[in-house]
Every structure is written in structure tokens, then in C-alpha cells.
Ligand binder design. Structure first.
Ligand SMILES: Cc1cc2nc3c(=O)[nH]c(=O)nc-3n(C[C@H](O)[C@H](O)[C@H](O)COP(=O)(O)OP(=O)(O)OC[C@H]3O[C@@H](n4cnc5c(N)ncnc54)[C@H](O)[C@@H]3O)c2cc1C
Length: 509
């Protein structure tokens, strides 16, 4: 067998969180040797994969961008290519691009307490050559969804349809929709982005939704000549704008939780102002759920509403009975003619991209684990995953996680610990699903996802201020995290032998 390369830290994934984690590692743990394994041929993850028309952020780049590299553009609701360029440039500026091994898809990671290390198995390149790495700490920056395919429901009659069906996750570069009748199925962020963008060239775009979503308009740019941007130097203005965005996000989210009906009415009033009194708001814009039970959708500068008002876009709220040769027949009996149908029906969630984890010979069932501080997992040593917020920018949380990992590694080095494992000592705590949103993609994945508890440190707060305390300021030695040395396990293994394996198995189930 070829020599196995050893790293102190292995980062899986070179998207926005992988590059961010690498930045913190090299600045706060300069003694650590690390590398990034990336299954694709490119940096950027989400922002490289998604190529559909109009692809953009739906949170502002003051918070989706890194705190250590201010977003300079006035356009803060940014388009996909600009975000991709920003991630690539960040990787280049800090030399992180030199640390990435492209075309390495990790598929299995095996932890040995006796050796205090992970053995990571990856397949490399078109020939699917199997390669191994060992590392002391594993950072899973693999995003939250299946890269291979998005989610498409099964509809009757699809085979009869003579037009083209496209999923936004696999957008065909050559697709020409100029002058075409387009139906976009879905009402989530992707549909709300795609619809006005396609309407610029298509003959007409119909958004077909089963039920409505909250859609809010906000400016896509900040005016650099006004407010804090006028009086403060660039970096300081960025910091303040970032905090402004964080605090407003927390305030608004809490408002929706405390006063759902009032917020709902305000959101609908704002849509009414955009579309006028004659528009059937109740049918097409008034969801049955409360704001932030599912993600709110954003219409930058009201683009979505403007396209409706211009007559380029219409919304149909109905159910599909069947596809026909020429389009879609609805349960109401109406028919929609379509040259192109875009299935903006969502992602397939996949935590840690389906990598099989094994701890001391026992395969891990992620659905049975509890998440610790929103990043590590019960009884899984030396592993953290970068999972961002569902109600705020992803990067905010991922940066806190990266900073926490660095504190943890430095603490372990100071005390010569080789293993850190979150342990559940109080078995009476209540468990609940890891993600609280009722969105379809989360509901579909519910049974495969790790769980959280109602109590710290096993609770996912979805709140930056709480996480700031928990991940950045509180002691890493919190009574839940068990720190051990390799010698402890080696000795234990010799003396306890088989008993220890049985005990580990028991603790995990
Ligand atoms: C269209 C779209 C718009 C979005 N807009 C926003 C927004 O405005 N604000 C926001 O906060 N969030 C948004 N999100 C969520 C978004 O995914 C995150 O903000 C962020 O980009 C995720 O970054 P990441 O690096 O954690 O994961 P990803 O971007 O998914 O990157 C993961 C990387 O890991 C690699 N990888 C995965 N599995 C393996 C493996 N087994 N081996 C090796 N490499 C692997 C992938 O190839 C990829 O490069 C959006 C998501 C989508 C799909």
C-alpha cells in the first residue's frame, strides 16, 4: 500500500466554510499542518455548482462574507458569480488555494482511540483511485445537501411531456428560453430568484406553487455616500454594517416568534404596497404557517413584484394532476402550456455528505447522535462539522465554529490531550429534531439527521449572540467535553480489551 499521508487537521470541502476554516487554522494554529480535500474540480461549493439564471444570495454579504475580509461591493445582495469570485480571491489572498486537493471525494472516516487519529478514505480522480489520509482532527465543511441531485417529486404523465424539464441544480448551459413559455414549479428561494430573472427573456413565466411563501423586498445595494458609510472608514463601516445586520436579523426573528400574527399582517401589507389593491394576496402570498416557520424569501429591490406588475410573470396556486404532452393539467381543471418546466422543488439534505463514520470499529448512525454546540457530536471524537444558520447567514455560525475548533486544538496542545469527545452524562434530557423549520426539504430529511436537545450544550440556538457566548467565550472544558490522552486509551485497550469495546457500543446506543 502507498504511504499514508498524515495531517494534523483535515478539512473536507472547499466551499465558503472550508476556506473560512482554513483561514482560522492557519492564523490561530500556525503550527498545525492541514489540507483540504474537495470532491469537485473547483473552489466555491454552492456558488460554483448553482448556475441557474439570476442565482444570488438572499442574505447580505456583510454577514455572508467573512469578517476577516470585508465585502467591498455596494451590492450586498450579491449575484452568484461575484460571491464565487470573492471566495476564490479569499483563498488566493491567504494562500489557501495551495492547500486544496481537488477531485478527492471522501467516503469513509474511521476513528481509532488507541491511535488518536482518523483514517480518511477518499476516491481520487476519474479512475476512482482509493487514497487514504490520517489526521488528528477532522472538519467536515461539506455543506448540507446532496451534490449529486436535487429533489424532484414524482408526477404522473411526465413521460408524455414533449417540452424540456430542468432542475435548477443541474442547469444546462445551453438552455435558451428566449420567447418561451416557462413554468417554474415551487415557491422557495430558488423559484423566487429564477422567476424574475427568466422573465427578462422568456415570453411568459408562470410560478406554479402548491402553497404560498412569505416574500419580502429589500434594497440590494447600500448607498456608500450615506449613513455610516459616509462618515466612517471602510473597515469600520463594514464592521458596523455587519453588526447592524446581525442585530436586526435577531430582532426580526424574535419578533416573528413573539408576535407572529402582527408580523404576518405587516409582511402582507408590504406586498400589498408592491402589487396594489386588486391583487389576490390571500391566495398567492398568505402562507398557512407563521413567518420563519420556514425561510422567508427575498425579492431584491422588489424584482419579483415588478415582474408581476409588468405582466411578465403570473402565479398559480394549485396542485398538479398530471403532466400532458403540452404542459401541466391542474387539479382545478386548468391547463398550463409550457415549453420548459423548471422544477424548483428543492434540495436533498445530506449532513456530512453521507460520509460513513466509524468510531473504534462501531459504525455511527448520525440519526441517533446528538449535536453538541451545533458542531460536534456525542461520542464522536475530534470531529466538527460546519453547519450555518437557517435564519441568518451561514458564514456567521461557520466562523464561530472555526474559531472554536482553533481554541479547542490549542487547549489540547497546551495540556497534551489527544482526544476530545462530547459525552452525555445526563441521560434524562429531552431530544428534538435538529432543525425546527417546517420546510419540505427539512421534513424529508428529518429521520436521517442528528438530533438536538432542549438544553445546552446540546441545543442549536440559531442565534448568533448565544453562539458567540457558547463557542467563542465560554471555556472549552465545560464538563461535557471529555479530554483524554492517547496513552489512556492504549492502556485501557490493553487492560480492558474486549470489555471496552462493549462499553463503547453501549454508550453509543
Ligand atoms: C442557491 C443557494 C443560495 C443560497 N443563498 C444563501 C444566502 O444568501 N445566505 C446564506 O446564509 N446561505 C445561503 N445558502 C446556503 C449555502 O449553501 C451556504 O450559505 C454556503 O454557501 C454553504 O457553504 P459550505 O462551504 O458550508 O457548503 P457548500 O457550499 O455546499 O460547499 C461544500 C463543499 O464540500 C464539497 N464536498 C461535499 N462532500 C464532499 C466529500 N464527501 N468529499 C470532498 N468534498 C466534499 C463540495 O463539493 C463543496 O465544494 C444558499 C444555498 C443555495 C443552494
Amino acid at each position: 500500500m502507498a504511504t499514508i499521508e498524515h495531517l494534523d487537521v483535515l478539512i473536507v470541502g472547499a466551499g465558503i466554510s472550508g476556506i473560512g476554516t482554513a483561514y482560522y487554522l492557519q492564523t490561530r494554529c500556525p503550527q498545525k499542518r492541514f489540507t483540504l480535500l474537495e470532491s469537485r474540480e473547483a473552489i466555491g461549493g454552492t456558488w460554483d455548482l448553482f448556475q441557474y439564471p439570476g442565482v444570488r444570495s438572499d442574505s447580505d454579504m456583510h454577514t455572508l462574507g467573512y469578517s476577516f475580509r470585508p465585502w467591498q461591493d455596494a451590492k450586498v445582495i450579491a449575484d452568484g458569480p461575484s460571491i464565487l469570485q470573492y471566495i476564490r480571491e479569499t483563498a488566493a489572498v491567504f494562500g489557501i488555494d495551495q492547500q486544496i486537493r481537488f477531485n478527492h471525494r471522501v467516503r469513509r472516516a474511521t476513528w481509532s482511540s488507541a491511535d488518536a487519529q482518523w483514517t480518511v478514505e477518499a476516491v481520487r480522480g476519474p479512475d476512482q483511485e482509493i487514497v487514504y489520509f490520517t489526521c488528528n482532527f477532522l472538519c467536515m465543511c461539506t455543506g448540507y445537501y446532496d451534490y449529486d441531485q436535487g429533489y424532484t417529486p414524482v408526477w404522473p404523465g411526465v413521460e408524455q411531456f414533449t417540452g424540456r424539464i430542468v432542475h435548477p441544480q443541474q442547469w444546462p448551459e445551453e438552455l435558451d428560453y428566449t420567447g418561451k413559455q416557462v413554468v417554474v414549479i415551487g415557491s422557495g428561494a430558488t423559484a423566487v430568484t429564477l422567476v424574475p430573472a427568466m422573465a427578462e427573456q422568456a415570453a411568459h413565466v408562470t410560478m406554479l406553487q402548491r402553497s404560498p411563501t412569505y416574500i419580502v423586498s429589500r434594497p440590494s445595494r447600500v448607498d456608500g455616500t450615506r449613513g455610516i458609510h459616509r462618515v466612517l472608514p471602510g473597515k469600520l463601516a463594514y464592521r458596523l454594517a455587519r453588526w447592524q445586520s446581525i442585530l436586526f436579523g435577531i430582532y426580526f426573528y424574535n419578533l416573528t416568534r413573539r408576535r407572529p400574527e402582527a408580523t404576518k399582517q405587516t409582511l402582507l401589507r408590504l406586498v400589498r404596497m408592491q402589487l396594489g389593491d386588486d391583487y389576490d394576496l390571500e391566495t398567492h402570498f398568505a402562507p398557512a404557517y407563521n413567518p420563519w416557520d420556514q425561510r422567508l424569501c427575498l425579492a431584491p429591490d422588489g424584482d419579483f413584484f415588478a415582474a408581476i406588475k409588468a405582466g411578465k410573470v403570473s402565479i398559480i396556486t394549485d396542485h398538479i394532476e398530471t403532466f400532458t404532452e403540452k404542459g401541466i393539467r391542474l387539479l382545478s381543471g386548468n391547463e398550463l402550456a409550457a415549453d420548459i418546466v423548471v422544477t424548483a422543488t428543492g434540495l436533498t439534505m445530506k449532513i456530512m455528505s453521507g460520509v460513513q463514520l466509524v468510531v473504534d470499529d462501531v459504525p455511527v448512525d448520525l440519526a441517533k447522535t446528538l449535536i453538541y454546540k451545533g458542531t460536534m457530536y456525542r461520542d464522536i471524537p475530534n470531529l466538527a462539522s460546519a453547519l450555518g444558520y437557517v435564519n441568518a447567514s451561514w458564514t456567521l455560525k461557520c466562523e464561530l465554529i472555526a474559531q472554536h475548533i482553533c481554541r479547542l486544538l490549542n487547549y489540547m496542545d497546551r495540556h497534551a490531550y489527544t482526544q476530545c469527545t462530547p459525552r452525555l452524562w445526563d441521560h434524562s434530557i429531552a431530544e428534538e429534531p435538529m432543525m425546527g423549520l417546517t420546510s419540505g426539504y427539512m421534513q424529508r430529511a428529518r429521520d436521517t439527521m442528528p438530533r438536538q436537545s432542549t438544553r445546552n450544550p446540546w441545543k442549536m440556538h440559531q442565534n448568533y449572540l448565544r453562539d458567540l457566548l457558547s463557542l467563542r467565550f465560554s471555556s472549552v472544558h465545560d464538563g461535557t467535553m471529555e479530554f483524554t490522552r492517547r496513552t489512556d486509551h492504549a492502556l485501557q485497550k490493553v487492560s480492558a480489551g474486549k470489555d471496552m469495546e462493549e462499553e463503547t457500543t453501549k454508550r453509543r446506543h
